[in-house]
Design a protein. Structure first.
Length: 181
């Protein structure tokens, strides 16, 4: 048998279950934010200023909704992958005498964690883009400057730094899931 497709040692799984719980919890918060965004998408003529050229177009409103739906689908994908991995780990752990270790396919765990993380990252990118469009609907288009630009810059910096930390810690965590030699 090829050792790369089977497991020969036990892997601590408690940390992975905790990480998968975290992914599910964060994705739930983002999903709630998306639905709140849906409820606030209705444009109000007075919120974007008095200048007609600063008001967002109907196309901007459509993009806002499309990006919210796309981000929701990626968060849902990420959550389903994370929950499937968690279920698999828990099913294996229930038959193991040590509840914190189980024989699991490390390659499948690695790919599942990567898939879930990528789904969350792509979901964040699309959610950020939808918020950019939301800001334009509420405050005016970017070309008019002012609070719109500052809001988008602050959003970009905050989300960018957060994603940098998330990607770094995810990559670091994946280093500890070593392939069998």
């Amino acid at each position: 048998m090829d050792k790369r497709t089977t497991t020969t040692g036990k892997l601590k799984t408690k940390i992975h279950v905790t990480a998968l719980d975290g992914i599910g919890n964060v994705n739930s918060l983002f999903t709630a934010a998306i639905f709140i965004g849906f409820s606030l998408t209705v444009p109000e003529a007075e919120t974007a200023g008095t200048q007609p050229e600063c008001r967002a177009s109907v196309e901007t409103e459509r993009r806002l909704i499309v990006f919210e739906v796309v981000s929701f689908s990626f968060f849902l994908f990420s959550s389903l992958v994370a929950q499937s991995l968690k279920l698999g780990i828990n099913l294996i752990n229930c038959s193991d005498p040590d509840p914190h270790k189980a024989d699991i396919d490390r390659r499948a765990l690695r790919y599942g964690l990567v898939g879930s993380a990528v789904g969350s990252i792509v979901g964040c990118v699309f959610l950020t883009l939808s918020i950019v469009y939301f800001i334009q609907v509420k405050l005016g288009v970017i070309s008019c400057g002012g609070k719109t630009v500052w809001s988008i810059v602050a959003l970009g910096l905050g989300v960018g730094l957060g994603l940098l930390v998330y990607v770094s810690t995810t990559a670091y965590a994946l280093i500890f899931i070593k392939e069998d030699a």
